[in-house]
Design a protein around this ligand. Structure first.
Ligand SMILES: CC(C)[C@H](C(=O)O)[C@@H](O)C(=O)O
Ligand code: SF4
Length: 481
């Protein structure tokens, strides 16, 4: 198209513009649409009322996740277990009806491929580099880990995409977060993204699409990259992107919905052209030294409220900005914490290992490595491990990870969003604390009055076996490097 050096974001954008208005608004073609039960019922209803068909059912994939209980899905006689909550049941039934009625591939709650929509997309090879991908869900940013321009949309936009396979959009600004060096011993991609959000703030990426680059990202697995891109939205960004490379191609090759044979070779040749050109200009650049990152924990009710596990609860007076100071005061009151309290001393009663941020096989392995040969600490009342999909669950079982968790006292559940948010029976009781591998620590997120501390899977495991927000490095042989 142009001879100017372009960013990965610009290349994907340019390749999908159907029409450009004078004010810069563009009609963008959408290659992939993921649908879950929460944000789709009204969209399907509106289409039906207007008598409009779904334009490209073959580019759409429907999976139930948010409302599903994570307890067994079939009874002893093999019959599907009914959903007790009427609202959840209504949404799940609507998806089960609407998807097949419109010719959309529907993964059922009892199918082995079922899982959280953002785990299923990459795992099935539905998510591909260079594609535009949307879902009525804010954590759609996750798919950017594979080099897809992926973002969350609202229910009316879900309807628009179902009807037209396009969206009206204005281009965002481009931001580059460059991360160089090696993550330290016991430091995970989750610690890195929490540290990044702590640094740039929960509004730091507003109006931008973030491209993550640098040697740390290049050396990272696709699963780690998914954790990073997933939380772009918690930094306020529209989307997160990582240039597709050999690691990406190796991950995708042979996935059920990925191209195969000659189409695969042609796809890879094209995907190799997508990386940001040398000299391409970003509106903002942030540099991060991976070696500076420690295991991270949140102390407040925004994902930007991050400190290293070796740190303490900050004093609200230490924030210069009055709004931040007021927010910190409120957060500490909700969280039941005092300024100066050491994070590693904070006792927790609940553990949640799961969510679209950290429920893939590498996450479960990292947690199991810490749990192996240990038991839940006496103060732990609930400890859930919720694999991100049925395929992750099966892979973990084949490696014996389920035994490690169960022998330690954890519950080994069926895939779904679970305690990431209070939309299904998995909740954290009011006033109790949870070391959680999810992505949001908002007020009431895990249930009314629940107190969430965001951590990595290994840190959640360390909390499970010590009963506090312990530094996982102390359980890994005491090494710090
Ligand atoms: C329910 C859904 C629309 C919501 C989202 O958009 O992200 C949920 O997935 C979340 O994480 O809060
Ligand atoms: S796991 Fe949590 S963040 Fe991810 S889609 Fe489900 S509710 Fe949203």
């Amino acid at each position: 198209m142009s001879s100017q050096p372009r960013t990965l974001y610009q290349k994907i954008w340019d390749a999908h513009v159907v029409n450009r208005r004078d004010d810069g608004t563009c009609l963008i073609y959408i290659d992939r649409h993921l649908v879950h039960e929460v944000t789709s019922p009204q969209a399907f209803e509106a289409l039906a009322l207007a008598g409009r068909p779904v334009r490209r059912p073959d580019l759409t994939l429907a999976v139930p996740d948010h409302n599903l209980p994570t307890t067994p899905r079939r009874d002893a006689a093999g019959r599907p277990v009914p959903i007790a909550d009427p609202e959840s049941a209504a949404q799940l039934e609507a998806l089960a009806r609407n998807a097949p009625a419109n010719g959309i591939r529907y993964i059922e709650a009892t199918d082995p491929e079922q899982g959280i929509v953002h785990v299923v997309g990459p795992e099935q090879g539905f998510t591909l580099p260079g594609c535009t991908l949307v879902c009525g869900d804010s954590h759609t940013a996750a798919h950017g880990a594979l080099g897809a321009l992926a973002f969350g949309i609202g229910t009316s936009e879900v309807e628009h995409v179902l009807a037209t396979q396009t969206l009206m959009l204005k281009q965002s600004r481009a931001m580059n977060i460059r991360i160089e060096g090696r993550l330290g011993f016991g430091v995970a991609p989750k610690d890195l993204i929490l540290a990044i959000i702590g640094r740039i703030g929960a509004a730091g990426g507003t109006g931008h699409v973030i491209e993550y680059s640098g040697s740390t990202i290049r050396d990272m697995s696709v699963e780690g990259r998914l954790t990073i891109a997933n939380m772009s939205i918690e930094a306020g960004a529209r989307a997160g992107l990582i240039a597709p490379d050999d690691t990406t191609f190796a991950y995708l090759k042979g996935r059920p919905m990925a191209p195969a044979g000659e189409m695969w070779d042609r796809a890879v040749a094209h995907w190799r052209t997508l990386a940001t050109d040398p000299g391409a200009v970003f509106d903002r650049v942030v540099d991060i030294d991976a070696g500076d990152v420690a295991p991270s924990v949140t102390w407040g009710t925004s994902p930007e409220d991050v400190v290293p596990v070796t740190g303490a609860v900050p004093d609200p007076d230490s924030f210069a900005e009055p709004a931040r100071r007021a927010a910190a005061l409120k957060s500490l009151d909700y969280m039941g914490l005092k300024p100066g309290q050491l994070m590693a001393d904070v006792a927790v009663e609940n553990i949640f290992i799961g969510s679209c941020t950290n429920s893939r096989i590498e996450d479960l392995r990292a947690a199991a490595a810490v749990v192996a040969g240990r038991r839940l600490a006496p103060g732990i009342r609930q400890a859930l491990v919720v694999p991100g999909s049925g395929l992750v669950k099966r892979a973990a079982e084949a490696e014996g990870l389920d035994r490690i968790f169960i022998e330690a006292g954890f519950e080994w559940r069926e895939p779904g969003c679970s305690a990431c948010l209070g939309m299904n029976p998995d909740k954290v009781p009011a006033g109790e604390r949870c070391a959680s591998t999810s992505n949001r620590n908002f007020v009431g997120r895990q249930g009314p009055g629940a107190r969430t501390h965001l951590v990595s899977p290994a840190m959640a495991a360390a909390a499970a076996v010590t009963g506090r927000l312990a530094d996982v490095r102390d359980l890994m042989g005491g090494k710090t490097q």
